[in-house]
Design a protein. Structure first.
Length: 153
């Protein structure tokens, strides 16, 4: 993935291409963290270390893939435009921060950090849905994407 994936080249682009590339590359980072957790805490089938491993994969990797591919897949499936918005970075950044809090709680055996991270993770998923619906509504109204507006001057 790191050698041949187009995301490494697309990170230099702007707009949606950069957002998607950043999602993919950061998702690979979470997958690497999950691998390190699996090596450090082998054979875990329950408990906080297992929780950290699962959430690094399913929130860190999978959700960044969902975030990155949503602007491409949703318009194709829903037959509605979904213009790129810079605010898409908000749910990506907050996912990374809140997931780091949750995993820190797991590794430090801090139930408080773990619970706050979990609650904030759920709110980030709701933020993603809100940002996506808002962009779909804007697309349905015929509003141009951020990049189209910038290029028009």
């Amino acid at each position: 993935l790191l050698r041949y994936d187009i995301a490494r080249r697309r990170i230099k682009a702007g707009g949606q291409a950069r957002f998607t590339a950043l999602c993919l590359l950061s998702g690979y980072g979470w997958l690497a963290i999950a691998g390190l957790l699996a090596i450090r805490y082998p054979g875990q089938l329950a408990g906080p270390y297992y929780d950290a491993l699962l959430h690094a994969i399913f929130l860190g990797f999978v959700f960044t893939m969902i975030f990155g591919h949503a602007p491409i897949v949703f318009p194709a499936v829903l037959q509605r435009p979904l213009p790129y918005r810079p605010r898409f970075y908000s749910h990506l950044l907050l996912l990374h921060i809140t997931l780091a809090v949750r995993i820190a709680g797991d590794l430090l055996l801090s139930m408080s950090l773990r619970q706050w991270g979990a609650l904030l993770n759920a709110l980030v998923v709701l933020l993603f849905l809100g940002n996506t619906v808002a962009a779909l509504v804007a697309g349905a109204k015929g509003e141009r994407s951020y990049r189209e507006r910038e290029m028009a001057g």
